[in-house]
Write a protein that binds this ligand. Structure first.
Ligand code: PEP
Ligand code: MN
Length: 456
């Protein structure tokens, strides 16, 4: 009889503690941290192993060009906004986008939120100075508070437990919205018709009309099956806080392998993907499907070494590379990576994050992105994969279901001087509801073209 701890030891789950762990908060009270970790070690998992295995299969299909991933949500979820309205709006937006993409791709869309755990952020500086006062930087609600005061910015380990509880409530309502009838395809289609009533979106009319005809055809045939009424929806976040992620590891009783029960899919950020670092080591030892963000400085050898370390058995769907190069760099930086990985590496699923390489500061001082740059990076992503013969497997976006004004452009154009109207994000700018749908129409077109050129 072996205990969970023996198993954990065998799996080397704590090996990361001997390695460099970047972007970790300095918890001032070790006793409080130990208590929080102890609590988390006994809580119910947020996801079960079978679901993570299903997701691995879905991502494998995306890697083969038989499905397409849509992953979206806030840059940083906040505890205060973990309410039914905000969560429902986000789900609705993702579902609406997914319908448009399904039509463009003629393939299943794998739906995933940056939700129920996206509460910790890597930052470019450890400190923030305002009016001569310097305090620890805000690292996400799971670490400290955004408010600029000394007490608010002290990292508090109790926030790990609070984060778990809020993630559990979020995951619960996500399951309700996606399983309980709200996500019925015909309902989602009605929402898209509402969107199309705005003359600003006239250019998408023909695609919208085709989707409409397809749904009416299905209805006329009397089609009514479970897949129309419910959707499979996964949750994901950046596995940044190793104290939290380690505490959420559970053993899969069937395979005996450890999995991280904090979310279905976990990714390693651009700032913590060092091959010898703690994050890569830790995630190499859990069986969830995982992602790594790859920025423009990634070399083909970096990518290969990550594959060897994170997916030594070459399991399809296990590893996703999320490229975030920037519109100006994707066409020059991605080809060498995609070529080498395709030629020499094991299977990976390629996803584009057209957000993080395109962040700018506007003239008025807001951290923002241009809608056109975002689209251009996705376009470049498709072009490169088509040229290389690799597969564009998904789209990773920062978005919200609300009418915020954080990203410049779109047909209902947001200008620099309108950013201030509803700029609500605490970290990175998000596409608003309408910009997200507009993006889906563009990406659907790219998917359709890609599919046609593959078939010919
Ligand atoms: C993020 O996804 O919010 C993020 C910080 O991304 P990256 O690691 O790609 O910079
Ligand atoms: Mn971000």
């Amino acid at each position: 009889m072996t205990s969970v701890n023996d198993d954990a030891f065998r799996a080397g789950l704590d090996n990361f503690r001997t390695l460099q762990a970047d972007q970790q908060p300095v918890w001032p009270d070790a006793g409080k941290l130990a208590a929080a970790v102890d609590t988390l070690g006994g809580v119910a998992p947020l996801v079960i192993p079978q679901e993570t295995e299903t997701l691995t299969q879905r991502l494998a299909a995306a890697g083969r060009g038989k499905a397409f991933l849509l992953q979206g949500g806030d840059c940083a979820e906040t505890f205060a906004e973990a309410n039914a309205d905000r969560i429902r709006n986000k789900i609705r937006t993702i579902l609406q986008m997914a319908v448009v993409l399904t039509h463009g791709a003629s393939m299943p869309i794998v739906k995933m939120g940056r939700m129920a755990g996206q509460y910790a952020k890597p930052r470019s500086s450890n400190e923030e100075t305002r009016d001569g006062v310097t305090l620890p930087v805000y690292r996400g609600d799971m670490v400290n508070q955004f408010e600029f005061s000394e007490a608010s910015r002290i990292p508090d380990p109790q926030r790990l437990v609070q984060g778990y509880n809020i993630a559990a409530a979020t995951a619960n309502i996500v399951r309700a919205y996606t399983q309980g009838g709200y996500a019925d395809l015909r309902q989602v289609h009605e929402w898209n018709r509402g969107f199309m009533e705005n003359p600003a979106y006239k250019r998408y009319e023909s695609t919208a009309a085709e989707i409409d005809r397809a749904i009416r055809f299905m209805d006329a045939c009397g089609a009514d099956f479970d897949q129309l009424r419910t959707v499979e929806f996964f949750v994901s976040h950046e596995a940044l806080l190793l104290d939290y992620e380690r505490a959420m590891v559970r053993m899969n009783p069937i395979s005996g392998l450890p999995y991280d029960s904090s979310g279905h899919f976990l990714w390693i950020g651009e700032r913590t993907r060092k091959i010898d670092g703690a994050h890569v080591d830790f995630l190499s030892r859990v069986s969830n499907p995982i992602g790594v963000k790859l920025g423009p400085t990634t070399t083909p050898d970096d990518a290969l070494r990550l594959q060897e370390k994170l997916n030594p058995q070459g399991i399809e769907g296990r590893l996703t590379f999320i490229t975030r190069m920037g519109a100006g760099k994707i066409r020059s930086a991605l080809p060498a990576l995609a070529e080498k990985v395709t030629r020499e590496g094991s299977p990976v699923t390629w996803v584009t994050d057209p957000m993080h390489g395109n962040t700018i500061t506007s003239a008025s001082g807001y951290k923002t992105r241009r809608f056109d740059d975002v689209l251009d990076e996705v376009q470049g992503f498709f072009e490169v994969h088509e040229a290389v013969g690799s597969i564009p497997g998904g789209l990773h976006c920062e978005l919200t279901g609300d009418d915020v004004t954080e990203v410049l452009g779109g047909s209902e154009e947001i200008f620099d001087d309108t950013l201030a109207l509803r700029y609500e994000t605490l970290v990175d700018p998000r596409l608003n509801h309408q910009q997200s749908l507009e993006m889906a129409f563009h990406v659907a077109e790219m998917l359709q073209k890609f599919g046609e050129s593959r078939a010919s």
